[in-house]
Design a protein around this ligand. Structure first.
Ligand SMILES: Nc1ncnc2c1ncn2[C@@H]1O[C@H](COP(=O)(O)OP(=O)(O)OP(=O)(O)O)[C@@H](O)[C@H]1O
Length: 936
C-alpha cells in the first residue's frame, strides 16, 4: 500500500485482510485464528494510531502483515512486523492533533480499572494530553475502549496481561505530571505524589526513582559517581523515559499478538501473502523543516519507490529484452539509487554512516555532523542530490517526490537513543514482571551476563548495544530492518495499491485536481500508464495461450500431430486476423498490447456461449426422450392393471373362485406352522451346540491363559538367562580387554623402563659433565670473587679517603667562608662607620656654615675673608668627601669581587660534593653487587 498520509492505506489494508480471511475460510464461517487476525487491527490502532492534521486515524508506525497459507490455500497463521513508531508524539502534539488513542480511551475506562491505574479526571488534567485536541468528531472513546477490550479478549489476553499493558500507559501519564523545580541551581521535584503514582504502577521504589532522576549514578572508570542534573536535563530524561516505555510496551503488544496469531499448524506453512502499510512520503510546505524521523520515513519511501520503478519499468523492459521482442528501451529517468546511496552508503560515506560516526566520536555534535556532510556530500554538480542551505542548520535532499529541507538539530541525540541508565536498571529490577521484561537487557548487564536470559525479540530489536563502533542507533536499526524487508519484498511477486488522497480537508466526495495530479505524477503512476500504453502489458505463455484460445479456431490444431508452441500460437493468431502491431511473439510468451486480451476474452466468451447452448440443447433433448420413454412405459402398465381389474370383477362372484379364495390362506397357514416347528427344533439343537462350544471355549481360554502365563514366565526366564549370558559375555570381554590392556601396559612399562634407564644413563653422563663444568666454573668464580674482594677493599679504602678528604674540604670551605664572611661584615661595618662619621661631619659643617652664613649676613663685608676661607675649607672638605666616596666605591667593588669569588667557590664545592656523592652511591652500588655474589 503506497500513498500519502490519509490516502487510505490502512483502510485498504484492513479490506485486503478481511477479504483474504473470508475467501480462505472453508465454510464461510471464520475460525478463531481468522477472527484473531482481524481483531489485531483495532488493538494496533488503539496503541499505534492518532489524530493528525491530515488524518483522524493516522497510523504512526509502519507494518508488514504476513498471512501464511498452507498447501490447501487455507490460512494457517499470520505475523506482524512493525517499523518506526513515532515516539515524540507521546510527550508532544500540536494543538490540532492528538496523542495515541489509547491515552484518551483509558480515561473512559470502567471506574474500577481507572482506580487500579490511579487515573482520575480528564485529558485536561494530564500534561501529556492537555495541549492536544481532546475529541475527534464522530468517535466515541468509551465505545472504542470497549471494542479494544473485546479485541484483547479475542486475542486471548488475560485480565492481568491487559492490566499490565494499561499500567504502562497510565504510568506515562503520571510521569508527564511530575513538576520539576529549581533549587540552588539543582533540579527538585515539586509533587512527589506523582512520582509515587508512576512508580507504584511501574513496580519500582519512588525514592530510588527520584534519586536516579535527579542525580543518576554514572560509571567513571571503575567507580560509580553521582551527577546532579539541571531541571532541563531532568525534564528531558522524563520525556525520554516516557517515549521508551511507550515504544517497548508497543513492541511487547505486537509480539503478544504475533504469539496469538502464529497458528498451531506452523509447520504447514507453504507460502504467504504480505501486506505492507508504511507511512507515506512526508513533504508539506516549503517552509517546514524536517527532522531525523522524517528522513527515515522518506528514505523508506525512496526505497519502496525504487522497488516499484524496478518492477514497473526496468524489469518490464528487461523481460522484453529477454524475450527478444522488438522494443526500443525507454529511459524513464526514474533511477533513485543516487539518493538512496547518499543516505545509506558506507563508502563514500553517506548521511546515516556520517551520523553514526559522529555519534561514536567523543565530541560529536550536530554542527560537526553538518560540516562533515557538507565536506563529503556537497559538490558543484547541478544534478547533485545533496545541497547546502544558506540560512538554516541543515541540508536539502532531492527525493523522487521533490526537494526536502532537513534541519540537523538534535540528530545526534535522537540517533543515540539516550536513556537514563540508572532508571532503566531500576526498571529492570521492577517487582512488576511485565515492566522488568521490557527492560530485561539492562538486568542482564547488571548481572554480569552469566544469566542467560532468553531476550524477547522485541527487546533485542530495541536493544542498545554498547561497545566501540557497534551502536544500536536508531538510524542503523532502521537501515537493517529496511534491508530485511526489501530482501523479503524482492523474493515476492509484488502488487502495488496506490492510494490517492482526494483532498486535504478530510471531506468525502471532494477532489482537488492539483493535489491528485501531483500525487500521480510523483509516484510514477502516470509513467506506469504510459508504459502500459506503449508496451505490452498482457502476456501469456505459449501453452496457456493455446489452451485458453484454441477454442476460437477448433479445427486448426490437429491433436494427433505435434506442433511446437510458437508455431501453434502463430497459426492461431493468423487465423484470428489480429493486427501484427498489436501483439508480439517472444521466446516463450505471446505479448499483447492493452485491450487485445480483453477482445480475445470476449470472443472466447461468445464461442463458449455457443458451445454451452448446443450442449444445453443436447441435454434437454436427452431429458425429453427419457421422459417420453418413462411416460409410454407408465401407459403400458396402466393398461395391464386395468385389464387385470376387469378380470377380477368378472371372477369375484363365481362360487369356485370364492372357495379357492377361502382355502388358499389355510393352506399357507398349515405350511407355515410346520416350518415354525422345524425352525424351533433347529434352534434348540443349535442352542445346545452353542452351550457346549462356549463351555469348551471357556476351558480353552483358561487353558490358553495358563499357557500364556507360562509363556511369559518362560520368556522372562529366557530373558534373564540371556541377560546373565550377556553380562557374563560382557565381563569376559571386559576381562579379556583388561588382560590385553594389562599386557600392553606391561610391554609399554618395560619399553618405558628401558627408555628411562637409557635416558637416566645419558642424564648421569650429562650430569657428570655438568658437574665438571660446574666445578670449573666454581673455581673460576672463586678466583673472580677473590679479585673482586680485593678490589672491594681497595674501593672501600678509596671511599674512606674520599670521604675524609671531602670532610676536610668541607671543613676548610666552612672555615674560609666564615672568615670571609667576617671580613665582609667588618668591611661593611667600617664602611658604615665612615659614612656615619662623614655624615655627622657634613652635618656639623653645614651647621657651622649656617652659623657662618648668619654671621656673614649680619656682617657681610667684615667677614668676606672668613667666608672665602671657609669656602676653601668647604672645598677641601668636599675634596675629602669625594676621596671618601672613591674609597667607598673601591670597597664596594672589592666587596663585589669577594662575593663573586665566594659564589664561584660555593658552586665549585657543591659540584665537587655532588660528584663525590654520586661516586659514593656508585661505590655503594658496586659494594652491594659484590655482597650479593654468593661466597661459594
Ligand atoms: N476505502 C475507503 N472507504 C471509506 N473511507 C476511507 C477509505 N479509505 C480511506 N478512507 C478515509 O480516509 C481516512 C484515512 O485513511 P487511512 O487511515 O487508511 O489513511 P492512511 O493512508 O493509512 O494514512 P496514514 O499514513 O496517516 O496512516 C480514514 O479514516 C477514512 O475516513
Amino acid at each position: 500500500m503506497l500513498g500519502e498520509s490519509g490516502a487510505g492505506k490502512t483502510e485498504n489494508t484492513k479490506k485486503v485482510i478481511q477479504y483474504l480471511t473470508v475467501v480462505a475460510s472453508i465454510d464461510k464461517h471464520l475460525n478463531e485464528l481468522q477472527n484473531q487476525i482481524l481483531q489485531a487491527n483495532p488493538i494496533l490502532e488503539a496503541f499505534g494510531n492518532a489524530q493528525t492534521i491530515r488524518n483522524n486515524n493516522s497510523s504512526r508506525f509502519g507494518k508488514f502483515i504476513r498471512i501464511e497459507f498452507n498447501s490447501r490455500a487455507q490460512i494457517c497463521g499470520a505475523n506482524i512486523e512493525w517499523y518506526l513508531l513515532e515516539k515524540s508524539r507521546v510527550h508532544y502534539q500540536t494543538p490540532k492533533e492528538r496523542n495515541y488513542h489509547i491515552f484518551y480511551q483509558l480515561l473512559e475506562a470502567d471506574e474500577d480499572i481507572k482506580k487500579l491505574l490511579l487515573l482520575d479526571g480528564t485529558a485536561d488534567d494530564y500534561n501529556f494530553l492537555k495541549q492536544s485536541n481532546k475529541r475527534i468528531d464522530g468517535v466515541d472513546d468509551r465505545e472504542e475502549y470497549l471494542n479494544l477490550v473485546k479485541a484483547l479478549d479475542i486475542m486471548g489476553l488475560s485480565e492481568k496481561e491487559k492490566l499490565d499493558l494499561f499500567k504502562i500507559v497510565a504510568a506515562i501519564l503520571h510521569l508527564g505530571n511530575i513538576s520539576i523545580t529549581s533549587y540552588l541551581d539543582r533540579a527538585d521535584i515539586k509533587n512527589f505524589d506523582m512520582v509515587e503514582r508512576a512508580c507504584h504502577l511501574l513496580g519500582i521504589s519512588a525514592e530510588g526513582f527520584k534519586k536516579s532522576l535527579l542525580a543518576p549514578r554514572i560509571k567513571a572508570g571503575k567507580d560509580w559517581v553521582t551527577q546532579a542534573k539541571s531541571p532541563a536535563q531532568v525534564i528531558a530524561s522524563i520525556d525520554a523515559l516516557a517515549k521508551t516505555l511507550y515504544e517497548r510496551n508497543f513492541g511487547f503488544l505486537v509480539e503478544r499478538i504475533n504469539k496469538a496469531i502464529d497458528g498451531p499448524n506452523a509447520k504447514e506453512k507453504a507460502g504467504f501473502i504480505g501486506v505492507l502499510d508504511i507511512a507515506g512520503f512526508e513533504i508539506f510546505e516549503a517552509s517546514v523543516l524536517f527532522n531525523f524521523e522524517q528522513l527515515c520515513i522518506n528514505y523508506t519511501n525512496e526505497k519502496l519507490q525504487q522497488f516499484f520503478n524496478q518492477n514497473m519499468f526496468e524489469l518490464e523492459q528487461e523481460e522484453y529484452r529477454k524475450e527478444k521482442i522488438n522494443w526500443d528501451y525507454i529511459d524513464f529517468g526514474k533511477d533513485l539509487q543516487p539518493t538512496i546511496d547518499l543516505i545509506e552508503k558506507i563508502n563514500p560515506v553517506g548521511i546515516l554512516s556520517c551520523l553514526e560516526e559522529e555519534c561514536v566520536a567523543p565530541r560529536g555534535s550536530d554542527q560537526r555532523f553538518l560540516q562533515k556532510l557538507n565536506k563529503f556530500c556537497n559538490n558543484d554538480d547541478p544534478d547533485a542530490k545533496y545541497k547546502t542551505t544558506r540560512f538554516q542548520d541543515g541540508f536539502i535532499l532531492k527525493h523522487y517526490a521533490g526537494d526536502v529541507e532537513y534541519s540537523v538539530n538534535g540528530w545526534i541525540e535522537k540517533n543515540k537513543y539516550p536513556l537514563n541508565e540508572d532508571i532503566t536498571r531500576l526498571l529492570a529490577r521492577s517487582s512488576q514482571k511485565h515492566t522488568a521484561k521490557l527492560f530485561e537487557e539492562y538486568e542482564e548487564e547488571n548481572n554480569d551476563r552469566t544469566h542467560n536470559h532468553s531476550t524477547s525479540s522485541f527487546v533485542s530489536m530495541l536493544k542498545v548495544r554498547k561497545g566501540s563502533g557497534s551502536f544500536g542507533t536508531v538510524g542503523q536499526r532502521h537501515k537493517q530492518q529496511l534491508s530485511t524487508l526489501m530482501s523479503t519484498l524482492y523474493v515476492t511477486h509484488p502488487h502495488f495499491v496506490r492510494c490517492i488522497l482526494p483532498n486535504d480537508k478530510k471531506r468525502p466526495g471532494e477532489i482537488q485536481t492539483k493535489l491528485v495530479l501531483d500525487q500521480l505524477r510523483c509516484n510514477g503512476v502516470l509513467e506506469g500508464i504510459r508504459i502500459c500504453r506503449k508496451g505490452f502489458p498482457n502476456r501469456l505463455s505459449f501453452d496457456e495461450f493455446r489452451k485458453r484460445y484454441g477454442i476460437l479456431c477448433p479445427n486448426l490444431l490437429n491433436r494427433e500431430s505435434f506442433i511446437d508452441g510458437r508455431t501453434a500460437c502463430q497459426l492461431l493468431l493468423d487465423q484470428l486476423n489480429l493486427d501484427k502491431e498489436r501483439y508480439q511473439i517472444g521466446m516463450t510468451k505471446v505479448f499483447f498490447k492493452a485491450t487485445v486480451l480483453a477482445e480475445l476474452e470476449e470472443q472466447r466468451d461468445n464461442k463458449l456461449g455457443v458451445c454451452i447452448t448446443q450442449f444445453q440443447a443436447h441435454c434437454r433433448a436427452r431429458l425429453a426422450r427419457q421422459f417420453q420413454t418413462r411416460f409410454s412405459r407408465q401407459a403400458d402398465a396402466i393398461r395391464v392393471m386395468q385389464r387385470n381389474a376387469r378380470i377380477y370383477i368378472s371372477l369375484r362372484e363365481w362360487p369356485w373362485w370364492k372357495v379357492y379364495a377361502k382355502l388358499k390362506p389355510l393352506n399357507a397357514a398349515y405350511r407355515v406352522d410346520i416350518q415354525m416347528q422345524e425352525r424351533d427344533q433347529k434352534i434348540h439343537t443349535l442352542e445346545a451346540q452353542l452351550k457346549d462350544q462356549s463351555s469348551t471355549a471357556n476351558e480353552m481360554a483358561s487353558r490358553n491363559q495358563e499357557l500364556e502365563n507360562q509363556q511369559v514366565e518362560l520368556k522372562q526366564l529366557i530373558l534373564d538367562e540371556q541377560s546373565i549370558i550377556r553380562e557374563l559375555e560382557e565381563s569376559k570381554q571386559e576381562l579379556f580387554q583388561k588382560f590385553t590392556m594389562a599386557e600392553e601396559r606391561i610391554e609399554e612399562l618395560e619399553s618405558e623402563l628401558n627408555q628411562k634407564s637409557k635416558t637416566m644413563e645419558e642424564n648421569q653422563k650429562n650430569l657428570e659433565q655438568k658437574a665438571d663444568q660446574a666445578n670449573l666454573e666454581l673455581f673460576q668464580q672463586l678466583e673472580e670473587n677473590k679479585t673482586l674482594k680485593e678490589r672491594l677493599a681497595v674501593l672501600e679504602k678509596e671511599n674512606k679517603d674520599i670521604k675524609a678528604s671531602l670532610k676536610e674540604k668541607q671543613y676548610q670551605f666552612d672555615k674560609e667562608t666564615i672568615e670571609k664572611n667576617g671580613k665582609i661584615q667588618q668591611l661593611e661595618l667600617d664602611y658604615k662607620n665612615k659614612i656615619d662619621i662623614l655624615n655627622t661631619e657634613i652635618e656639623e659643617l653645614k651647621e657651622q656654615l649656617n652659623e657662618v652664613k648668619s654671621q656673614s649676613a649680619r656682617d657681610n663685608k667684615q667677614n668676606h675673608e672668613t667666608t672665602v676661607q671657609l669656602e676653601s675649607e668647604i672645598n677641601e672638605l668636599k675634596q675629602a668627601l669625594n676621596n671618601e666616596t672613591d674609597t667607598r666605591n673601591d670597597l664596594q667593588t672589592k666587596y663585589d669581587c669577594l662575593k663573586e669569588d665566594w659564589d664561584n667557590l660555593t658552586a665549585l664545592v657543591k659540584a665537587e660534593s655532588d660528584q663525590a656523592k654520586s661516586r659514593i652511591s656508585r661505590f655503594d652500588q658496586v659494594l652491594n653487587d659484590l655482597k650479593a655474589i654468593p661466597s661459594s
